[in-house]
Ligand binder design. Structure first.
Ligand code: FAD
Length: 513
């Protein structure tokens, strides 16, 4: 009997759980990720060449992760493709029930000699995660200003600290692991600033308090991070944020200010703090280009746009499932539960399998947690008050806020497309991955939302996640055409025999968070 071919894009907590579950349901699985190692953002590993004595430092649930990694990568029906990016998804013709064709590029991100090939799965699971969102403020383009996620990735994946005297600022519980990793890697964290005011935090976190009982793992993690801050005497202040970075050629000090609940600055509350680095994050932006390329419907929520899924993690497109941060920001445990459901159903596993009930419960608890997060850490509507006309909103193209304001006043520039071409916001190398949500929000405020979802030039309003090329590809690589699909990569067993592990992992094995 021919086994169902499932391709899983992304090897973070969601993708790994999807792969395990699809294997347990009997499928042939191809798991791919643009990173050299599996783990995603949560289990970002030190490179193996470092031969770290304690690779588990700065990690949670390392033992379970290491076991899962071995089980998957050594499984005879699992093909692991490292350093493999999906750069495009090609939709089928009308009426065809198969998922889109998957175009991949294999090889190190900046390397030459990368090859491309095409996969034709029976089912596709998208688990591409998120990146951190940063609101602009004067001076944010200075060297030494980092996204909290980048600082975390350098600390976890390289043991490199971004500076000696660091301020961590923004909103959300993610600030805590970032500060803890910086401390662990040797930086001095001067303070952690949570922009939400105490009243907003209390209102958000105390909403339906009985639901918190399901988040014991997350709570324990937070207590651990808070303990690290207390040991190092790092103040955690609420209702305050960085509103300006200053320095000659690089950041030397930041201006912090007290905020009202709408994130307007309380007059005369500004303070300067000497730093050599600042790490900021105001939530996460899901990586939606592949779901959008596949044609999946996306919902707009107060916390941002996310892929619409049904109770089985099925998207609106036949043969495509979605899991993890692209369906909502709820943390690693929820991503795992969603991934396990998505993998099971993508593989055609029996719909009534009893353990699925526990997974659904865990997924639903994750969704409730996501709602709580959104309530406790909303982006305040008055944040554009931090901007000055010369503040850059698109760093790639160096577009100042004043240029967006001028474009909005021009009748000819009222169409979002014309304004985009005139200001060049979002047209640089990141293709609006960083500035897209900000530019969209600011332009909508300046000229009002597009009527009926149509831009003033009569075309549908531009969708910020629509990027036919999801990852950069060189013209030479495109011209070379697709190569045959390479032989599967298999990891040797840790005992050195090189024999793949044959046992099928249980999709419902509980992992600690
Ligand atoms: C920078 C950063 C650091 C974080 N660190 C922590 C932390 O320390 N602790 C914590 O609790 N939470 C952390 N988070 C939150 C965390 O992302 C989630 O809780 C969890 O990792 C989500 O799992 P996921 O599987 O949905 O996504 P991810 O873990 O983000 O995994 C997505 C994977 O998809 C791959 N991918 C994306 N696009 C493509 C493509 N086109 N082709 C191939 N592969 C692709 C990525 O390389 C990545 O490995 C972090 C988030 C970010 C953005």
């Amino acid at each position: 009997m021919r086994r169902r071919q499932v391709v899983v894009v992304g090897a973070g907590p969601a993708g790994l759980a999807a792969a395990r579950s699809a294997l347990a349901a009997g499928a042939e699985v191809t798991l791919l990720d643009s990173a050299p190692d599996p783990g995603g953002q949560y289990h970002r590993m030190l490179p193996e060449e470092y031969e770290a004595a304690r690779p588990e430092r700065l990690q949670h649930g390392w033992r379970d992760f290491a076991r899962l990694r071995r089980a998957l990568l050594g499984h005879p029906r699992c093909t692991w493709r490292a350093e493999t990016s999906v750069w495009a998804l090609e939709r089928r013709g009308p009426g065809e029930r198969k998922p889109p064709r998957v175009h991949v590029l294999h090889g190190p991100a900046d390397g030459s000699g990368r090859t491309r090939h095409t996969l034709d799965p029976d089912a596709l699971v998208l688990a591409t995660g998120a990146h951190d969102r940063v609101l602009p403020f004067p001076g944010w383009e200075l060297p030494g200003v980092f996204t909290a996620g980048a600082a975390q990735a350098l600390a976890k994946g390289e043991r490199v600290v971004v500076g000696d005297r660091v301020v961590v600022a923004g909103s959300g519980p993610f600030l805590l692991p970032v500060a803890a990793s910086l401390l662990e890697a040797g930086a001095r964290v001067r303070e952690v600033l949570e922009a939400s005011t105490p009243a907003t935090l209390v209102r958000g976190w105390s909403h339906r308090p009985w639901q918190l009982a399901a988040q014991v793992g997350k709570t324990a993690e937070l207590v651990e991070y808070a303990g690290a801050l207390a040991r190092h005497r790092v103040p955690y202040r609420t209702g305050r944020t960085v509103v300006e970075a200053r320095g000659e050629g690089r950041v030397e000090e930041v201006v912090t200010a007290r905020l009202r609940p709408d994130w307007s600055v309380v007059p005369s509350s500004e303070r300067t703090v000497a730093v050599d680095a600042v790490c900021v994050a105001h939530g996460f932006s899901p990586q939606l280009e592949l779901p959008v390329a596949a044609g999946c419907l996306v919902d707009s929520t107060p916390a941002g746009e996310f892929v619409r899924v049904d109770g089985d993690q099925r998207t609106s497109v036949a043969g495509v499932w979605a899991a993890g941060e692209i369906t909502g920001i709820a943390g690693a445990p929820a991503a795992r539960a969603e991934g396990a459901l998505a993998g099971w159903y993508a593989a055609g596993g029996p719909v009534g399998a009893r353990p699925l009930r526990a997974l659904r419960r865990s997924r639903d608890q994750g969704r409730a947690f996501a709602e709580r997060l959104a309530r406790a850490h909303p982006v305040g509507a008055a944040w554009p008050g931090w901007l000055r006309p010369e503040t850059l909103v698109c760093r790639c193209e160096e577009t100042p806020y004043g240029a967006l304001c001028r474009a909005a006043e021009e009748p000819a520039g009222a169409a979002a497309r014309t304004a985009k071409l005139a200001t060049r916001a979002g047209l640089g190398p990141c293709q609006a991955r960083m500035c897209g949500p900000t530019v969209t929000e600011l332009t909508a405020r300046l000229r009002g939302p597009a009527p009926d979802g149509h831009d003033t030039d009569g075309l549908p309003a531009p969708a910020i996640h629509r990027r036919p090329l999801a990852q950069p590809i060189r013209l030479g690589e495109l011209a070379a055409g697709p190569a045959p699909v390479p032989e599967p990569e298999r990891e040797p067993e840790p005992d050195g025999t090189g024999h793949p592990q044959s046992s099928t992992p249980n999709p419902l094995t509980k992992e600690s968070s």
